[in-house]
Write a protein that binds this ligand. Sequence first.
Ligand code: NIG
Ligand code: FE
Length: 422
Amino acid sequence: KLLVKNARQVVQVSGSRESVKRGSDMNNLQVLEGAEGGYSILVDRDGIIADLGPSREVEARHCSDTIDTVVDATGRCLIPGLVDAHTHTVWAGDRVHEFAMKLAGATYMDVHKAGGGIYFTVEHTRGATEDTLYELLKERLVRAVRAGSTFVEVKSGYGLDLDTEVKMLKVTERARQSLPVDISCTYCGAHAIPKEKTSQEATTDVVNVQLPRIKDLMSSKQLCVHNIDVFCEQGVFDVTQSRDILLAGKSMGLNLNFHGEELHRLHSAEMGAEIGALAISHLEEVSEEGISAMAKSGTVGVLLPTTAYNLRLTPPPARAMIDGGMAVALGSDFNPNAHCLAMPLVMNLACVTLRMTMSESLVAATLNAAHALGQSDRHGSLEVGKLGNMLVLDAPRWEHLIYQMGSHQDVISHVIWHGDVV
Ligand code: NIG
Ligand code: FE
């Protein structure tokens, strides 16, 4: 058992087992502060929060319990572990040279069409062994955890053929079984059109070849895949092809969680809302109709401020989304094009470039991100019955995590995962 004691401020995010916050409710953080002696949280041996409240009360209720670890949080703050709702973390071969090209004026699609971008990464990922990819993933996830993430979504999508996609999913499964971080695994075989195929052939391959194989591997427990993703974009998969792929995934029980409206307005937001997508990422180009459709269907908008920042795009209309009643979440979009694993920096960018408040950013990086992955019943807030995933912040108020940009390593004193200090 773990006891974190005497914190001056505990940001629960939610205290009522709600699964998501939308619109103006994103500014309602459940915060405990002001009690003499501070607040404590007890995590049981199964990694679940067993009690939380003013320290004196918690200690009185558990005075005869055996506690294995005590973390003294006097003068410090507690927040839920951060949830990164969108990453491409399994790949070999960096693209630092493309960063220079883009700084000199090349667009994302210029690089992609010239055979770079995703194609460059596909070539290197196809050539890498499972062990090499696992070591790379492990190193990246360790960095993500140090930056406060306790639950991370991880996509495939740099294989574009059956064998490499399965290799990526297996690497992700190995990490899910062995590393101190929770992982939501996403199949994104439709991330680009492989050079050897047309977009229609690629769609057929995903639906008729790759998905059935993944289904078999899931049945035999060799893989655990939670979500299906598609890059719905002009020149990649169009709205009809994306819909076909997503529906094939839905029939296997996967959550629909895809890339839409990033560079061109194709109205994939409306399509996603109509077929019951759990989440759509990017949305830089979403229309007002798309926002209303997503607000109505409850589809979460996963915003990725690093993309617009790195590519100098117009950022997604986060204010219109929140004010229009949508649930908004955040992700790092870690990938060779946006080499950022630090959710605290992503939250800072969300505040400055997307005009979100600090409270909205925290909800978006915890409860709503967990909801975008279908797991807000276990993650995203500090409540009895949820997982004991939390951060101890060496700061007088939690907002320092966002305010001290680029210094998360100095602000986060402990990352706690399932009741263990990691
Ligand atoms: O979310 N837009 C598509 N996928 C990634 C980029 C992947 C890559 O460039 O390797 C994204 O930004
Ligand atoms: Fe992405």
